[in-house]
Design a protein around this ligand. Structure first.
Ligand SMILES: *[C@@H]1O[C@H](CO)[C@@H](O)[C@H](O)[C@H]1NC(C)=O
Ligand SMILES: *[C@@H]1O[C@H](CO)[C@@H](O)[C@H](O)[C@H]1NC(C)=O
Ligand SMILES: *[C@@H]1O[C@H](CO)[C@@H](O)[C@H](O)[C@H]1NC(C)=O
Length: 358
């Protein structure tokens, strides 16, 4: 029987369940909104637990009557073909992002079909997961057949979108040394719209270019206009942007339309968010910090090192949780000159025993 780890509160729930699954440790999470007038886990959290049950084999989940306490005994990461309805409380990304950490260590290759909202203004969009988060896996040696297809768009509130995520599994990762951020050489983006005038996409592109071209000439933004059966149930539009550096750093910024926003508002806001993120520096952007820091811990027993911008409050808690589950501490060094942060650790030599050596 492995040691029981205890946490409190609804924050970091998904991350802790994922770390429990990877480490094989049992977790108990108490006081989930226990002082709230509506205590306990929310529907989307319960739905996330159901997805976790589907992608694993032999997990047990006990939720007490008030929903304020969850006991999770993880099973093996099983993978295979899994379909899941993400509902409309949170976007597909809320479910998909944590799954990216499990997929490489599963028994069977992941083929995950998720339905719901593809872009909202709370979580990263599926576009940023595709263009920024998934490419991070390559550096760690996870490169064969990693693919995310957005088969249908689904804007809030009704969704109706669908994605297909494929990922191979590996036996072991490769350590990473990635500290040269290079300089930004180009910006790419996707202006998507669904169930609004197709001109909306062009208007977002124009307003974004008017700002971004002051900094860099090489800006290309694709317009992605969804029609008919692929356009989901609600109108929506958004712009996601990626700045690419000469050393392969991918820095993201995006904005989805909220009530009352024009295409121009969205174009300019997404661009400002991107430029702010670029100014933070580092080889790994804020969105990708957690995934890199996790994979570095799971690497062979060797030194891994990356340069990030600044640690976010989320990442600081994530580092504490990584220590709790894997006993690994990071060496954190601020580079005064560039105001970036160097993160160094020695991996635990994680082996996916489900996967035979080839
Ligand atoms: C799940 O695990 C059990 C016990 O280890 C095993 O007998 C069963 O075959 C597994 N199921 C699948 C689908 O692999
Ligand atoms: C649920 O769990 C919490 C924390 O362990 C406990 O205080 C509460 O009494 C439990 N509620 C029920 C109905 O079991
Ligand atoms: C370093 O970055 C932080 C966070 O973005 C910022 O608050 C601070 O002013 C920066 N310091 C310098 C010297 O640029």
């Amino acid at each position: 029987m492995s040691k029981l780890l205890k946490f409190e509160g609804h924050n970091y729930l998904r991350q802790r369940l994922i770390l429990a699954t990877l480490s094989g440790k049992v977790v108990r999470i108490d006081k989930i909104r226990s002082d709230d007038h509506d205590p306990g886990i929310r529907d989307h959290e319960a739905n996330f637990l159901r997805l976790l049950e589907k992608v694993t084999n032999g997990s047990t989940i006990e939720i007490n009557y008030t929903g304020t306490s969850v006991l999770y005994k993880p099973g093996a990461i099983q993978g295979g073909r899994i379909e899941h309805d993400c509902g409309t409380d949170r976007s597909i990304s809320y479910y998909l992002e944590p799954m990216i950490a499990l997929a490489p260590f599963s028994k069977k290759p992941f083929m995950l079909i998720l339905r719901g909202i593809t872009t909202d203004h709370i979580d990263n969009s599926v576009d940023i997961i595709r263009t920024v988060l998934l490419p991070q896996l390559k550096r760690f040696g996870i490169e064969e057949h990693v693919e995310l297809k957005i088969t249908k768009r689904g804007a809030p509130p009704l969704g109706g979108g669908e994605i297909v995520f494929n990922c191979c599994s590996v036996r072991q990762l490769k350590p990473v040394q990635y500290i040269d951020e290079g300089r930004i050489k180009r910006i790419r983006g996707i202006a998507y719209c669904t169930r609004v005038s197709p001109q909306t996409a062009n208007r977002m592109v124009e307003s974004a270019r008017s700002l971004l071209n002051r900094y860099i000439p090489d800006v290309y933004i694709y317009t992605d206009v969804y029609k008919g059966a692929e356009s989901g149930k609600s109108p929506g539009f958004a712009l996601s942007l990626v700045a690419e550096s000469t050393t392969g750093a991918l820095i993201s910024g995006e904005k989805a339309a909220e009530a009352g926003m024009t295409a121009e508002d969205v174009g300019l806001l997404a661009s400002k968010i991107l430029l702010r993120e670029v100014s933070r520096g580092g080889c790994v952007d804020t969105t990708s910090q957690w995934l890199n820091l996790l994979l570095m811990v799971l690497c062979p027993e060797d030194v891994s090192k990356i340069r990030i911008g600044q640690l976010t409050p989320f990442t600081i808690q994530y580092l504490r949780d990584l220590k709790a589950f894997f006993g690994v501490s990071y060496k954190i060094k601020v580079d005064e000159e560039s105001n970036t942060t160097l993160m160094t650790c020695v991996g635990i030599g994680y082996i996916n025993h489900n996967k035979k050596t080839s």
